[in-house]
Design a protein around this ligand. Structure first.
Ligand code: GLU
Length: 465
């Protein structure tokens, strides 16, 4: 998961790009780069390693990067080693491109472009995108049109940020299988892979849908879906809820470990009556009672840590409700043409709600349209694609998780999954009143027990010295 940041503004944007990249560092990356248009030229810097190395290189001659439009990138190499020449942005003639994801058919496209005389300076799949746009723009000197022409040629899942020296007021972006959000400013607009990157400059966001292409200028945002101009809502978010500050802690992961009692407590409160000992809240997933009543099989699809939460829930579903439950890694599921039986509840688990394999597996199942299919997103980000594309949203109330190794997102996933098992157990009358009250009692004790274990920290430290 790498990162894109882009800006078109009245003010100089290099520092906004660098700050945005720093805020995306949690996603992991091997190199970083940025390009701005200044005096009709592309000014580019790329470095292997930390965003700070890029910032240091830019700081050597900062005025060189003064510009009102620019794109930046942290790369997680898929095609070609981590090296300066493979770092983004990639440039072809007057075009610069940043890219998240993979262009699966890049090899054929590269052959064609080589035959036309284009020279490749990197080993990436991305460079074909820059050359293709350059090529089309020569015949159709309209950047949006050029991008729209080449997108159908690309197979894969990706997000793009694109600019051209001859259109120095336009930033084009594409969202097709990788997250991309537009940050809406006053007299300035932005793009990023995660809104977290743009919180210093705006709290108003437009979430693109799959396949959307957008053109941003300082004062306008045009979004196109299937070639037709369309509207996407602007969401104003409460930036205080997205506090990504480390506070007193040495690093984010430690902070997030300590946030577990509250996060788990919040997740439990969403479903459990405070004062009653043996009851789920009436309003917990109430709208979906009818859907959940007919479920005969559960299929969990997830990747990484979320997959592990799924493996635990299999024991709960089968042990407590006797409903059969299968769990599979999304990247296997989506490539093996699986059978989905009727009346299946498909649970897609993803912290971000943007995990490409999980989304793709979900879409494949939806195409099969088995009878009685119910899809549920267990997710930490209410505005994510996964939430938009499923019937039921079961939130984890973990707050943003910046640490790469999952902590509170995992424990809140487990909590929410247990609540879901209990909900289905109740709706389908598969558990006794006593069973429910014992499990609810235990769940309620969980935040306190987490607190108690974290309080042992000092003694564990002493023992380990
Ligand atoms: N596939 C591209 C590359 O290898 C982009 C990888 C990424 O998402 O960072 O450069």
């Amino acid at each position: 998961m790498c990162g894109i940041v882009g800006a078109v503004a009245e003010r100089n944007i290099a520092n906004i790009l660098l700050e945005g990249l720093k805020r995306l560092e949690y996603r992991g990356y091997d190199s970083a780069g940025l390009t701005v248009i200044r005096n009709d030229e592309l000014h580019r810097e790329r470095q292997v390693g930390k965003v700070q190395a890029l910032a240091d290189a830019v700081a050597v001659n900062p005025t060189f990067f003064d510009g009102h439009i620019g794109i930046a990138h942290t790369r997680w190499a898929t095609h070609g080693e981590p090296a300066q020449r493979n770092a983004h942005p990639h440039v072809s003639g007057k075009v610069a491109v940043v890219h998240n994801g993979i262009v699966e058919n890049y090899a054929e496209l590269k052959e064609e472009l080589l035959a036309k005389g284009y020279e490749f300076t990197s080993q990436t799949d991305t460079e074909v995108v820059a050359h293709l746009i350059n090529d089309i723009y020569k015949q159709t000197p309209d950047l949006l049109e050029a991008v729209r022409t080449i997108i159908p040629l690309l197979h894969g899942a990706f997000a793009l940020g694109i600019m051209h020296i001859d259109s120095p007021d336009e930033l084009i972006t594409v969202r097709l299988g990788s997250p991309l959000v537009i940050g809406v400013g006053i007299g300035e607009n932005f793009i990023a892979s995660d809104q977290l990157a743009l919180l210093p400059v705006t709290n108003r966001f437009m979430y693109l849908e799959e396949g959307d292409i957008a053109k941003l200028t300082r004062n306008t945002i045009e979004v196109y879906a299937d070639g037709v101009k369309t509207q996407r809502k602007i969401h104003e978010i409460d930036a205080t809820q997205h506090n990504a500050d480390k506070g007193q802690f040495k690093h984010y992961m430690l902070k997030e470990i300590y946030e577990q009692p509250d996060a788990v407590g919040r997740t439990i409160d969403m479903a459990v009556e405070k004062n009653e000992t043996s009851k789920l809240r009436d309003d917990f997933l109430q709208r979906h009672n009818v859907l959940l009543a007919d479920i005969k099989h559960v299929q969990v699809i997830a990747c990484g840590t979320s997959y592990h939460a799924g493996m635990v829930t299999k024991y709960w579903f089968e042990g407590i409700t006797r409903i059969p439950c299968s769990v599979e890694i999304a990247s296997e599921f989506r490539y093996r043409n699986p059978v989905v039986v009727d009346n299946t509840l498909v649970i897609c688990i993803s912290q971000s709600g943007e995990t490409a394999d999980t989304l793709s597996a979900l879409r494949d199942i939806q195409k099969q349209t088995p009878t009685g299919l119910v899809s549920l997103a267990l997710c930490n980000v209410p505005t994510s694609s996964l939430v938009r594309e499923t019937d039921i949203f079961l939130p984890t109330l973990a707050g943003p998780e910046i640490g790469v190794a999952s902590t509170k997102a995992f424990t809140t996933q487990l909590t929410a999954l247990m609540l879901l098992v209990l909900k289905i157990g109740v709706v389908q009358q598969r558990m006794t009143h006593d069973q429910l009250s014992v499990l609810l009692d235990d769940l309620r004790k969980l935040p306190g027990q987490l607190h108690a274990s974290l309080n042992l920290d000092a003694s564990i430290n002493t023992m380990s010295e």
